[in-house]
Write a protein that binds this ligand. Structure first.
Ligand code: SAM
Ligand code: SF4
Length: 332
């Protein structure tokens, strides 16, 4: 049997996130600049190349795979890839999930379900159409709500991810909470991470600590912390009055690295073993040099051996505490 992937800090890697494209139909203000330059096609791995890498990870013990981007559902023929990975379910892979902005879900929800996907994360920061248009720069709220409705109708479990934005989320978090409770969606708030040049908007103006957000919630509700951890960065609390569960992803105000079991593959075959560090290992070079499966597995193991202890995000250290690449490249 193949030995599992264990990093230098004895964390076993079971979770791979695959960013299948850096492109997107939105330009969310905290994620991208208005005039993003996207990668030339030749740099992007083909579906076959991505599948081969994913298969190698599953052979090496990865049990959960999340497809993300950019917006994964805008890359042509994405369902061919999803179906191929779906074929690994029960044959090494326990779960196949997707993170999406929801714009194409109306079209794909049924196919996703048939390919074996059971849960999707949809990013939705606001329920106000004007604010949605401003934050996404080119998205339409009704299209996303229709997509979420289609996912629900297909029996997909929907988790809403909302980035905590000063001013915006502050005004809306109780509405978002109530809407998710009414629709039966889980809700997780995420702190804005200092990644990539996003143009004129200042990140510090956007950043709203989840400590503050929790304090605001606590003015109205009793929050009971839950021990539940998924190996990921989220921590959960239950609202005693309603029973609703809320997640908090707090890379800035609370470090979560000690239990990190995940790595991220970009659409160019770079393996990032930490979201909050600049380093990455190139898996495209061995792939395109024609190595066999054993050679590919060796390259993956060598990359995992470089996984750092923890991230280096820190607003207080100015440029030193930021990461140059965009979240849409690494895959959020
Ligand atoms: N396009 C898909 C979506 O929006 O769900 C998948 C990719 S997107 C990069 C994944 C997640 O990253 C989204 O939930 C988004 O809100 C989040 N995100 C993007 N930039 C971020 C940043 N700078 N800090 C924190 N979260 C960010
Ligand atoms: Fe696109 Fe997702 Fe980034 Fe928004 S957060 S610009 S939807 S990749």
């Amino acid at each position: 049997m193949t030995a599992p992937l264990v990093d230098p800090f004895q964390r076993t890697i079971r979770y791979l996130r695959v960013s299948v494209t850096d492109r997107c139909d939105f330009r969310c203000a905290y994620c991208m600049s208005e005039d993003m330059a996207f990668l030339p096609k030749r740099e992007v791995l083909s579906w076959e190349e991505l599948e081969r890498l994913c298969r190698a990870f599953v052979r090496l013990g990865v049990r959960k795979l999340r497809i993300t981007g950019g917006e994964p559902l805008v890359r042509r023929d994405v369902m061919t890839f999803v179906r191929a990975l779906g074929g690994l379910l029960g044959a090494g892979l326990d779960e196949l999930t997707l993170t999406t902005n929801g714009s194409q879900l109306s079209r794909f929800a049924g196919e996703l379900r048939r390919a074996g996907v059971r849960r999707v994360n949809v990013s939705l920061d606001t329920l106000d159409p004007d604010r949605f248009a401003r934050l996404t720069r080119r998205g339409r709220l009704d299209q996303v709500l229709d997509g979420i409705g289609a996912a629900k109708a297909e029996g997909l479990h929907v988790k809403i991810n909302a980035v905590a934005l000063k001013g915006d989320t502050e005004e809306e978090m109780f509405d978002l909470l109530a809407w998710c409770a009414a629709e039966g969606h889980d809700l997780t708030f995420i702190e804005v991470m200092p990644m990539g040049d996003i143009g004129n908007e200042m990140r510090l103006d956007q950043f709203w600590s989840l400590r503050d957000l929790r304090a605001r919630l606590a003015e109205r509700f009793t929050l009971v912390d839950l021990a539940e951890r998924t190996g990921g960065p989220a921590r959960y609390a239950r609202i005693a009055e309603t029973g609703q569960k809320v997640g908090f992803i707090t890379p800035l105000s609370h470090n979560f690295c000690e239990s990190c079991n995940r790595v991220r593959l970009t659409c160019t075959g770079q393996l990032h073993t930490c979201l909050g560090q600049e380093g990455a290992s190139d898996l495209r070079a061995p792939l395109r040099a024609g190595v066999d499966e054993a050679g590919l597995e060796e390259a993956v193991r060598a990359a995992i051996a470089l996984k750092p202890r923890g991230h280096d995000f820190d607003y207080s250290r100015g440029v030193a505490g930021r990461i140059g690449r965009h979240m849409s490249h690494t895959g959020g």
